[in-house]
Design a protein around this ligand. Structure first.
Ligand code: AMP
Ligand code: MG
Length: 344
C-alpha cells in the first residue's frame, strides 16, 4: 500500500504581528496548489489584497502545467507541431528557466514535464514507474530542444511528447510580481508567502530583522531546525518533504534528476536559498537556484550559489548536519542537528 503525503511547504515566520503599532491583517488563499498568505502592514486595504490574489491567479492560469488552456498547456499540446505565442511574463519565466538550465548543466530543466506527469508525485495514483517507461521518456527531457523566439515571443518544443513544467520557478516569479504591486500601492512593508516561498518587502518598523524558521525536513509541518534572520530578502526552500510518497520504505520525492529520471538521490534533505533584493536578488532566481542546487548536490550546488553575489544558502543533510554561507545569521534551535563550519 502506498502512503501518500502532501505537505504544504511550511516555513514559520515569527513576529508577524509584533513590533507594529497599527493593526495588521493577512489574507490566505489556495493558489498554485498551495496556501498563499499575504501580510500587509499599513494601507493594506481589501482592494490591494484583491489585486494581489487576482494577479496570483492570473499567473497560475498562464503558467500551470495542468490547467486547460494555460500558456504552458498550449505550448505542451503543440509540442513537435508549432511554436506558440505566449504572454510576456510566461516568456520571461521560460527564458530565465533556460538560463538556469544552461548554468546548472541541465540539473534544472524546465522540460521535465513528461517525468513530472509519469511520477505524479503527490497525486492520487503515484506508483513507481517501470524502468522502460522512464527510458522511453528521458529523450524528451532536454532543455536544448526548447526554442524561444525573442521577437515573436513564441515557444516551441521540438519533439512530440515534450512538455514544460515551471513548478520550480513560477512561484518565485509570482512573489516578485506581488512585491511590485505592494510597492506601487505605496505600502512600505509586507510579507509574501507562497507556500513557503517567502519574500519580505521593506524593513520592519523597528528596523530589526525578520525571523524565519527553517522547516525540519524530518518532522511535522511547522517544526523548525533553526531561525534565520533576514532583512529585505527572499527565502526559498527545495526539500524532500514537500511532496512525496513512500513505497517499501523508500521515499520518492518531487525533485527529479533529469539525467536518470528518478527523484534525486543524494545526501541532502533540503536546500534553502536566501536572496538579497537590495543586491538584485529576486525570488524567481532563488526559486530556480534552490531546485538547481538540490539536484546538483552540495559541492556543485554550493559553487553555483557562491557564483551569485546576492545569494546565500543553507544545506540540510540526511546525517542531520547543516552547512551554510558565512554571511547568514542562523541560530540552530533543534539539538538533533549540528552545524558544520565550512567557509562559503
Ligand atoms: P521546487 O519546489 O521549487 O524545488 O520545485 C519542484 C517542482 O519543480 C516539482 O514539483 C516539479 O514540478 C518541478 N521539477 C522537478 N524536478 C525539476 C528539475 N530537475 N528541474 C526543474 N523543475 C523540476
Ligand atoms: Mg524552485
Amino acid at each position: 500500500m502506498f502512503k501518500i503525503k502532501l505537505y504544504i511547504t511550511c516555513i514559520i515566520i515569527f513576529s508577524i504581528l509584533t513590533g507594529c503599532s497599527r493593526p495588521v491583517f493577512s489574507q490566505s488563499e489556495l493558489v498554485f496548489g498551495t496556501l498563499c498568505t499575504i501580510t500587509l502592514y499599513n494601507r493594506g486595504r481589501a482592494r490591494v489584497y484583491q489585486n494581489i490574489f487576482e494577479q496570483l491567479r492570473e499567473i497560475d492560469r498562464r503558467m500551470s502545467a495542468t490547467m486547460y488552456g494555460s500558456d504552458v498547456d498550449r505550448i505542451n499540446k503543440a509540442a513537435g507541431l508549432e511554436a506558440v505565442k505566449v504572454h510576456d511574463d510566461v516568456f520571461e519565466v521560460i527564458e530565465r528557466a533556460l538560463f538556469y538550465a544552461e548554468l546548472s548543466g541541465g540539473a534544472f530543466d524546465p522540460t521535465v514535464g513528461p517525468l513530472v506527469s509519469l511520477w505524479d508525485i503527490g497525486g492520487e495514483n503515484s506508483v513507481v514507474p517501470a524502468q522502460e517507461e522512464i527510458n522511453g521518456i528521458l529523450p524528451l527531457v532536454n532543455w536544448r530542444d526548447l526554442e524561444l523566439d525573442r521577437e515573436g515571443k513564441t515557444v516551441f518544443l521540438k519533439k512530440p511528447g515534450m512538455a514544460i513544467n515551471l513548478g520550480a520557478i513560477a512561484k518565485g516569479y509570482a512573489a516578485d510580481e506581488v512585491a511590485l504591486v505592494i510597492k506601487k500601492a505605496r505600502i512600505n512593508r509586507g510579507i509574501i508567502d507562497l507556500g513557503g516561498n517567502i519574500l519580505f518587502v521593506g524593513a520592519r518598523e523597528d528596523a530589526g530583522p525578520w525571523r524565519v524558521g527553517i522547516q525540519n525536513p524530518l518532522d511535522h509541518r511547522g517544526a523548525y531546525i533553526g531561525i534565520v534572520q533576514v532583512y529585505e530578502q527572499t527565502v526559498v526552500t527545495s526539500g524532500v518533504y514537500e511532496r512525496y510518497f513512500i513505497v517499501d520504505d523508500l521515499q520518492y520525492h518531487h525533485i527529479l534528476d533529469p539525467s536518470d529520471g528518478y527523484p534525486v538521490q543524494n545526501n541532502l534533505l533540503s536546500v534553502t536559498v536566501i536572496g538579497d533584493t537590495t543586491k538584485g536578488g529576486t525570488s524567481m532566481d532563488a526559486d530556480a537556484l534552490s531546485t538547481a542546487a538540490f539536484v546538483l548536490g552540495y559541492e556543485q550546488g554550493k559553487a553555483l550559489i557562491e557564483s551569485m553575489d546576492a545569494m546565500e544558502a543553507i544545506f540540510v543533510f540526511k546525517d542531520m548536519s547543516i552547512r551554510l554561507s558565512q554571511g547568514l545569521n542562523f541560530t540552530l534551535t533543534d539539538e538533533n542537528y549540528r552545524i558544520v563550519v565550512e567557509a562559503f
